[in-house]
Design a protein around this ligand. Structure first.
Ligand code: ZN
Length: 241
């Protein structure tokens, strides 16, 4: 079983004036949990800003194989200590998937060490998402490209360290392009960033996006975990000549 923890700040969906409340009546985390729990080899739990204090702890992260992160308007309400715990858990081997506006979340920025800045616009552009690494397990089952009828436009320059691999490239009818699906290895942990997923579009119900997320959970799941990668061990000589 792959044990998944989904973090969502869960604010837009509770605002009756925001379209997100109609699209995701149980929250974005609810839609993602329903998707992942329908897979036989995955069990997903959720945590929001309301219960982050008890929902993200060292013990819970040790029992988590993959964390998903969605945040937007309240990155600063995530305590630094929680971001530190997630960062260290990833270095130890936990997989992490950062969704859409999580590019500015504290744990993602810690893991990247860069601005993670980008250009953006809400103008109902269509997005054509091109698969640039068709051999990769995360894009298994996708065609050469797929389209999302509406998405928030994200554009380059994207202030990230050069990804290990860029799996998806988004093109928008406004003319922008964006590295929409990227992977990084950080010590023992695998990281995937996926750009589509603005809260006012039904992106997380799109069959291609759902395929990517399920594939990504399996791909970032740990193959090796350390108990404390932050230690610098001081062993005796491995061999005496
Ligand atoms: Zn957005």
């Amino acid at each position: 079983m792959i044990r998944v923890l989904i973090f969502n700040e869960y604010l837009h969906e509770k605002d009756p004036g925001c379209k997100a409340s109609e699209i995701y009546p149980n929250g974005i985390h609810g839609a993602l949990a329903e998707l992942l729990n329908s897979e036989e080899d995955i069990e997903a739990r959720t945590v929001t800003l309301d219960d982050i204090e008890t929902g993200i702890t060292e013990k819970i992260l040790k029992e988590t194989d993959v964390i998903l992160w969605w945040g937007h308007m309240a990155h600063d309400r995530v305590p630094d200590e929680k971001a530190r715990l997630v960062h260290e858990a990833v270095l130890n081997g936990m997989g992490a998937i950062f969704l859409h506006s999580a590019h500015k979340s504290k744990p993602f920025m810690r893991l990247m060490g860069t601005s993670c800045s980008l250009i953006w616009r809400e103008s109902d552009d269509l997005e054509r998402v091109w698969v640039s690494a068709p051999y990769h397990p995360i894009v298994r089952g996708l065609d050469n490209y797929f389209e999302l009828k509406g998405e928030e436009t994200y554009g380059e320059p994207f202030g990230i360290p050069t990804p290990d691999e860029t799996l998806l490239i988004g093109w928008f009818t406004g003319g922008e392009v964006f590295r929409s699906g990227c992977t990084w290895q950080r010590d023992n942990g695998k990281i995937f960033y996926l750009q589509p997923g603005h809260e006012t579009y039904p992106t997380y119900y799109d069959r291609n996006i759902r395929k990517i997320i399920v594939n990504a959970v399996r791909w970032v799941a740990p193959t090796f975990r350390s108990t404390d990668v932050m230690d610098c061990p001081n062993p005796p000589k491995a061999h005496k000549f």
